[in-house]
Each structure stands twice: as structure tokens, then as C-alpha cells.
Write a protein that binds this ligand. Sequence first.
Ligand code: SF4
Ligand code: SF4
Length: 420
Amino acid sequence: MDPLKRVEQELKKCVKCGACRAHCPAFQELRREPAVARGKVALAQHLMKGDISLDDQTYLAMSKCLLCGSCVEKCPNDVPTDEIVIAAREALAAQRGLTTFHRAVGRVIRNRRLMNMGAAMAALLGPLFFRKVPRTSGLRLRFPLPFIGGKRHIPQLAKKPFMDRHPEVIEGEPGKPRIVYFVGCMTNFVYTEIGEAALALFRHLGCTVIIPKEQQCCGLPGMSGGDLATVRELAEKNLAALEKFEADYIVTACATCGGALHKLYPLVVGKRHPELKARLDALAAKNIDAAVLLQKLGLHPEETGAGEQLAVTYHDPCHLRTRAVTRQPRELLRETPGVEFLEMEGADKCCGLGGTFNVYHYDTSLAINAPKAAAIEKSGASVVATGCPGCMMQLADGLHHRGAKTRVMHTLEILARRLR
Ligand code: SF4
Ligand code: SF4
């Protein structure tokens, strides 16, 4: 079926009011109609009618979306622009083929062994290509490489992936919840400290923690490029890996992975593969963000102790904000001894990462991030906390370009400091 036909009814909902212009980070920066939800919906309508072709201009316009969902949240007519853009990208990929970059991404994320090997190689060869950036724990390329460029601040890969450090099942206390932990690639290979903090906190609460060995990438990088075949394959593999264990909750500490499990799997994969819909819905219903679960299970941050004094501000990842997870991380942080919580201006604004948007439109991505980095610095905080490793990488890059000294941490790391 033509991917755009699937969203035909949704396309009709747009009344061209333009309310989305005030909320779209891409439009705020680019100031062009094709960048905003209304423009993309109009393009998709013309594409479906055959008035315009799937040419380079259309491709470029559809690539200028971070899939942040801000427009969906604010649209008075509930137009699901993120779903429409994904359908348009799928149509473009079907007609023009995947780009070289997205073909390579699909090949890697479909193969966990390849990812493990790649991460080990990158850790080994890293010093040849990267140098340490002073004052931060990040790296900078020694010379530009395709798709990476030369001015990015890149986090270091972990020496050993998180999932290789722990057994599959870590038994807790009888009668306490059983948690399946969906780790995500960024935590497994880069920010392993997020995984360690999550594990420490859930064990502190007596939970049994299951880290299924066969879990895969959530597939969102494939979704960005219209590679829905890869997304479907990974969704099916993840279903099998997670369903193997009886659990009260399927927890994510990565907002993007949570967005995939909770929203995009049922919405995008479920609609295309009705045979998977019931299982995907069940998975979505059990998925919960780690901060929400910690609060629900009664974590009292005062028990976790203080460690050093920190002035902390919080950035809302789009994939948490759009599922109404904004209050819980702030409350946990505010209650933590040793933490002075400072709200920043525009905490709910997108950081500009947008998955592969950051790869294709790096300068725009950085420009979207610039007011965020300024607001973080202006808040006076020494640490910016957030609930998404992707946002962490983008925030660190933006702060580095600004020359700011603010540290970037995951909320769970702050909560778990004394525990470890
Ligand atoms: S997408 Fe929604 S907010 Fe934007 S123009 Fe259409 S109806 Fe209005
Ligand atoms: S999903 Fe985000 S970037 Fe894309 S059109 Fe909507 S507001 Fe703009």
C-alpha cells in the first residue's frame, strides 16, 4: 500500500491555521513554510495527488523535521505530522532507495554482533581519529569524516558495553516488582553510567532486574530515514526478547527508546503489520520511563544521599514531554539532598538533535540548540540533567561550542550518586 494513502484521513484534518509555526523548532530556525508542519502536510497532500514528484526538493523538505512531536502536541486538530513525515519518508525511500548513510545505519542496527564489533574497533582505533577535548569528557575529530564533519563534540565510547557487564537476571527481594530493562544503544555503548545508575536504583528498591540479552536497537534511526523494513524487523526481535520474561514493567531510561516502544511501534509498525498490533500494544502499555517508575515505587531521594553539592537544571526531552513526563524528574531532583534545583527558560524546547536530522542538517541542529545552551548557562546551574542520552550528546555539543563549563548528566546518575 502507498505509505501516504495510509495517512490520507490524517492529511485531511489540517485546516492550515498555522498554529504549528509557533512550536516548530525547524521553522523557528529556517523560517520557511516547507519546514513547518503545515508546509509538510501540504507537500504530502500534493505528493499523494501526484501534483508534485518525489524530487530532491521534496526530499530535502521532508528531511527538515526532527520528529519532535511539538506540532502534534499543539495542533488544535490533532494532525499527526510526525506520522505523516514518516509515511512521506517511507514513500521517498521506496521510490528513490535509501541514502548510502541510511543503508549503512540499517545494516548496523539490524545486527547486534556488528554493533558490538564496531564499538570495540572504534574504542581501539579512537585515538587515531579523535583527540580529547579539554575541560570535557568528550572527543573531537582530528580531521573531518563524511557524515560527522570536523567540529562536533563526540562522547567517548565505553570500554565494555553495559550489557556485557551484567547477568541477564538479577534477582531482587521476594514480593518486589520484576522489571525488564530495555537498555538502548546509547546507554549500552556510550553512556554506560546511565545503565549502572538505573540498576543501582532499582536494586536499592529490591526489584528483580532483567536485562534481556537478545534485545536490539529500538530502530528509531531507521524510522528517520524511511527504512520501515528495518524498524519492523527490530520491533519483532524486541517483542520476542522482551516477551520471554514475565515482568510488571518494561522500563526505559532513554526517552527516544521509550518513544519507540510506547508510541511509534504501535502507531507506525502496528498499522503496517496488524498481526503484530496486539503484542505491540501490550508492550506499549507496560513501558514506563525510569523516573516515573522510581517515583511510583516510592524512591525517597533523601535515602540516596547527597554527595557533592550540585546546582541542577533540567531539560525536557521531546519524547518524554510529549508523553507528559515532565513533573516526575523535577520532583525527584528537587527532593534530592545536596541538589539546588534551578528552572531554566525554555526547558521544554527541543535540543535540536532529531536523530539523523543532526547528521544531515548539523548547522541547523546546532543553531536550534544555541538558545538552549544559553538558557542553561543563564540558569546558573553547574549541571544540566535530562532523561535522554541523545539529548545529553546534543546538549554537551552545544555547551562545548558555547565554551560553557556546565556538566551534562542523566537524572538517574544524580539520584544514584550516593548509592554507588
Ligand atoms: S498541522 Fe495543525 S496546527 Fe498546523 S496548520 Fe495544520 S491544523 Fe493548524
Ligand atoms: S515534528 Fe517537530 S520539527 Fe517536525 S514539523 Fe512538527 S514541530 Fe516541526
